[in-house]
Design a protein around this ligand. Sequence first.
Ligand SMILES: [Zn+2]
Length: 344
Amino acid sequence: MALKNIIGQERALGMLRGCITKNRLAHAYLFTGDAGIGKRLTAVNFAKALNCRERVMSYELGVKREKQNSELRTPDSELIIDCCDECPSCIKIDKAIHPDVFFIAPEGDGGQITIKIIRELEEHLSYKSFEGRWKVAVIDIAENLNQSAANAFLKTLEEPPAHSLLILISSRPELIPDTIRSRCQTVRFSPLPLEKMTELLKQETQDTNHKLRSLLSAGRLGDALSEDMIGRRDDSLDMLKSLRGNIEGASWADRDSMEEWFEWAQLWLRDIAVFKAADNTGLLINYDKEAEIKNISQHADLREILALSDKLNDIKDRLRFNLNKELTFYHTSILLKESLGYSL
Ligand SMILES: [Zn+2]
């Protein structure tokens, strides 16, 4: 794929394309916005467009604009630069084997980006590029840079090697130190509006649950297109019921599913609270689970539900500090039993 195939992020793409066209690239970008919204995909294709050997240049947008209003046509605004998606450079970047493009993500059970990883990156960036025009480093989940890694990384940001470009990706940019954020150009990615998402899903998937998928994904196309999204949502409800009832033999399969459950839990609590407050099933996100939501809400008090939501959110924030899975499970179960008024 290429930048032109990324859907629904026109503002972010327009800005990045403008940087390439005008040859005014920042040393570092910070891509922000919800998870699953296209930030990483854009970073990969931006790196491809920077290093492509057969760059595609077109005046498409300019032609369209000319039809609408000829005065809008200016040489700068109409030129679109994109990758070809076919040359060796594009292919290697897609496969993450390009010698000048680095992908960094948290490692190990604690899910941190450590100083060791940053030192290795610095070393790679210090060499002259092998094949590309630009050395590009994509740092995913950048809020997981630990303290010493962040300090080391700051030096790279302050004195970036020539022809190197850093792209930090984060859905929680507020957790990244100010000193780092202020040295990056922020590019914001937005969720897709519900109508647009539903329309896209009708084109892209065989699944007929367009409305449910659109609502559950909260505007994140990556999630909406995921085949097992509804199944994972259903599993999260089973887990919620286990947690407030009999927890014998139940637990999250691994760290990722534990983290994901806390995301889903917020959505369930949102629906339980909405139903409790408004008694209106038309406002539910999980509208196909109306009976279950109604049932759980009967055992709960609105203030307790909202307080529980805050408490689970706090736990979710602390998961990145490597909380013990069994203890977290037990603690969460107690909170759910207390707040949702359930007893065996
Ligand atoms: Zn190419």
